[in-house]
Write a protein that binds this ligand. Structure first.
Ligand code: UD1
Ligand code: CA
Length: 476
């Protein structure tokens, strides 16, 4: 619908000096995504006709970090002329000439402005007649922000940057949040006339509202009550603070969806994770990336899940898992480490101090204690005895171990891959299995046990062991 179409311009060309980082500021992550990724995700939710990201500092790194996840975004290069005004100008120039809608300007370092807030902001703009609408907030400490200067009748007169403000202007506590809607014609008309005659020798986007007013056109302001939506990240302290606020929001969202979170302060849930009703999250637990947790599962305490899938009523405690699938009613932990491509079947068990990798463990199968299972296919109803180890690596290649249904291995079995244990086979304690074991066989590696009597007293005279042996001999 002409006149009502939307372009979103996201400013991300700045260096972010105060981060003191090799990584461009907008690529620092909170909630499992770069700062600017949150802004792009919000832009997607708003359904704009054009989404442009203005880049310059480390532009290749920024573009390659985002291009895959946001294929609809267009990256626009800012030239050597500095300032937010120039950034918006190059983006507006890249819009099609026939575009005549509204332009929503956002900052790549302000990730907390959510879609609902911005939708209301757009509606407020569209309901009025102004050529520009600013988002503003009244804050206790306006340091660092542009101040919104109002006229006698209470309308917006102009924005003054902190570095250009008089003492009276600096005392104003209504700040420019750095988010705006402009009719595109306003930007096309006024940006070419914005100069660099200011304390920072930059083209300020914030000059445009004042210019509009000088020409007698109204400028509207939309004052947000929740000031956190305006928070930007300029340094690492703000990165942590904004990350905490985002997490608080995410945790609260899941609580309202029926998830029990015992300790929100130590529970970290990424924006892409999904949790079903009646999931319980115990303290100090990280649910990261696209992890999916089904109904009734209990996770934690002290657990990290990255890109995992957890089935209904499963229990995962004090463990660390990446790219693992944990079946319904399965149990994991404490103190286990599930590496990528671990698939634990329904009602299966990975117990204490177990490491798995690239391992498929069938329904109802158990790896209860102290094992390493790597590059393995384990059937159903299998029990790997304590300390069963797959020796999957011969210094050159990784090899696969196949354990068929209902196999039970004795404690401390070493499975030297490639090797296959047929259905129902058993191994004795300490077996080193180098050859395939036929179904239903017992495999043992027996070296006859030899006891050399008196060896300790003879060879270790004077030790506690020798004394104890001597006493026990006398007592006999
Ligand atoms: C800006 C506003 C200020 C407002 C504040 C809100 C201006 C002149 N000032 O100040 O009124 O209160 O945001 O957070 O606009 N950027 C570019 N190209 C540039 C310069 C900046 O793309 O040449 C990008 C940055 O990467 C950043 C955003 O624009 O994402 C804002 O720039 P920044 O330097 O952080 O502006 P502030 O000083 O915070
Ligand atoms: Ca800023």
């Amino acid at each position: 619908m002409t006149g009502n179409t939307l372009a979103i311009i996201i400013l991300a060309a700045g260096q972010g000096t105060r981060m003191r980082s090799r990584l461009p500021k907008v690529l620092h992550e909170i909630g499992g995504r770069p700062l600017v990724g949150h802004v792009l995700t919000t832009a997607q939710r708003l359904g704009a006709d054009h989404v442009e990201v203005v880049v310059r500092h480390e532009r290749d790194q920024v573009v390659s970090a985002l291009a895959h996840d946001y294929p609809d975004a267009v990256f626009i290069d800012q030239d050597e002329i500095p300032g937010t005004g120039r950034a918006v100008q190059v983006a507006v120039d890249a819009l099609p000439d026939e575009f005549d809608g509204d332009v929503l300007v956002l900052s790549g370092d302000c990730p907390l402005a959510d879609a609902d807030t911005l939708r209301a902001f757009l509606e407020a703009h569209r309901a009025g007649q102004a050529g520009a609408t600013l988002m503003t907030a009244v804050v206790d400490d306006p340091t660092g922000y542009g101040r919104v200067i109002r006229d006698e009748s209470g309308g917006v007169d102009r924005i003054v940057e902190q570095k250009d403000a008089s003492a009276d202007e600096a005392a104003v506590r209504e700040i420019n949040a750095g988010m705006y809607v402009f009719r595109v014609g306003v930007l096309r008309e006024y940006l070419p006339t914005v100069g660099v005659d200011n304390a920072q020798s930059e083209m300020y986007l914030t000059d445009v509202p004042g210019m509009l007013r000088r020409d007698g056109s109204p400028v509207a302001a939309s004052v947000v009550t929740d000031v956190t939506v305006t928070y930007g990240v300029n340094d690492r302290a703000q990165l942590a603070e904004v990350g905490r606020l985002l997490n608080q929001r995410i945790v609260r969202r899941w609580q309202l969806e029926g998830v029990t979170v015992i300790d929100p302060a130590t529970t970290w849930i990424d924006d892409d994770a999904t949790l079903a009703p009646d999931v319980t999250i115990l303290p100090n637990t990280h649910i990261l990336r696209a992890t999916k947790i089904a109904e009734g599962a209990i996770i934690g305490p002290d657990t990290t899940l990255v890109d995992c899938e957890v089935g209904e009523d499963a229990i995962v405690r004090r463990s660390d898992a990446t790219l693992a699938v944990i079946g319904a009613e399965a149990t994991v932990g404490p103190f286990s480490f599930l590496r990528p491509n671990t698939v634990l079947g329904a009602r299966g068990k990975i117990g204490a101090y177990v490491e798995t990798k690239n391992a498929e463990i069938g329904e109802g199968s158990k790896v209860p204690h102290l094992s390493y299972v790597g590059d393995a296919t384990i059937g159903r109803g299998v029990n790997l005895g304590a300390s069963t180890i797959t020796a999957n690596y011969d210094d050159v290649h990784k090899h696969r171990t196949v354990v068929e249904d209902e196999v039970h291995t004795g404690s401390h079995t070493t499975l030297v891959a490639p090797v296959r244990l047929g259905a129902g086979a058993k191994t004795g304690a300490g077996a080193v299995v180098r050859k395939d074991v036929p179904a239903g066989s017992l495999s043992m590696s027996i070296a006859p046990q030899r006891n050399i009597e008196g060896w300790v007293e003879k060879n270790r005279a004077g030790t506690g062991a020798a004394d104890a042996a001597a006493r026990s001999r006398v007592a006999e």
